[in-house]
Design a protein around this ligand. Structure first.
Ligand code: NAP
Length: 248
């Protein structure tokens, strides 16, 4: 494949376990990779690894989702305009702390939702002008029903999911594909120390593979693992009068 025709993927939140796995998945399939996140040194090492393993271009750039005033410059200064963008950014945060301290609640909501609108709107408008591109947003099954254990995170993810649905609708006639990813449990630094159900918990590499396959097939919504589609269907149908009594 010639250098000119090599597509580029921009990964926002590239230092995450899932972001790293996505980088490998797409590099393996011939993409150039731009790793964006808050740990340039660590990402530079990952970029070097990608360059050696897959003989592809890979660069690392600083990106802070919360610094929304920098987003325009960040996007315009990219060496090559990406054909695809995936946002892996997320913050589980501390539900109990956020319930007491609005600053923390706001940080959770901004990181998972409003800050992503800032950068993805810029990407979407660029793709619209170019008449092509794909956007992948990693949301969560937690956005499908509020639970006492994580409803700040969950409500922000619900907002992000609705945003992605609207964006998909708005960009459909512009030849731009928008995919929402709803993971269940994944073994990552976000869930470190949690007692996760083994049979329902994936590795980042499984999630990255599901995402790549679903994006190639132009799926609108990708549950990873697939069984979460059915689990969430059941969970959504539980009446609120029953759901509020459950300790979830
Ligand atoms: N793990 C799970 O079970 C699970 C389940 C459902 C959905 N998800 C979603 O999957 C995605 C990946 O999460 P993960 O499990 O791989 O956890 P993770 O390693 O904690 O990833 C979260 C990523 O978001 C980045 N991030 C947070 N705030 C940022 C900011 N202001 N600017 C730029 N980057 C920022 C983090 O970077 P820093 O290192 O700089 O903080 C990190 O790279 C997230 O969207 C998460 O919500 C995960």
């Amino acid at each position: 494949m010639s250098q000119l025709s090599t597509p580029t993927l921009l990964i926002l939140g590239a230092s995450s376990d899932v972001g790293r796995a996505i980088a490998h998945q797409y590099a393996r399939h011939g993409y150039q990779i731009i790793l964006a996140g808050r740990h340039p040194e660590e990402m530079e090492k990952s970029a070097n690894d990608l360059r050696i393993r897959y003989r592809t271009e890979a660069t690392a750039v600083y990106f802070d989702a919360l610094d929304t005033s920098s987003h325009k410059d960040f996007y315009q200064s990219l060496e090559s305009r990406p054909e695809g963008v995936v946002s892996v950014i997320g913050l589980l945060g501390d539900q109990d702390k956020g319930f007491e301290d609005f600053d923390h609640a706001e940080q959770i909501v901004t990181t998972n939702f409003t800050a992503l609108i800032s950068i993805l709107n810029l990407v979407a408008n660029d793709f619209k002008q170019r008449g092509s591109g794909f956007i992948i947003g990693v949301s969560s099954v937690a956005g499908e029903r509020g639970r006492q254990s994580n409803f700040l995170y969950g409500s922000a993810k619900a907002g992000f999911t609705a945003y992605l649905s609207g964006l998909r609708n708005a960009l459909y006639t512009h030849n731009i594909h928008v995919m929402t990813v709803n993971p269940g449990f994944i073994h990552t630094s976000m869930t470190e120390g949690m007692d996760l159900p083994g049979a329902l918990t994936l590795e980042p590499e499984d999630v990255a593979r599901d995402i790549y396959r679903a994006q190639q097939k132009k799926r609108n919504i990708c549950y990873t693992g697939w069984y979460w589609r059915w689990i969430m269907l059941i969970i959504r149908t539980i009446p609120e009068s029953v759901f509020k009594r459950l300790s979830l």
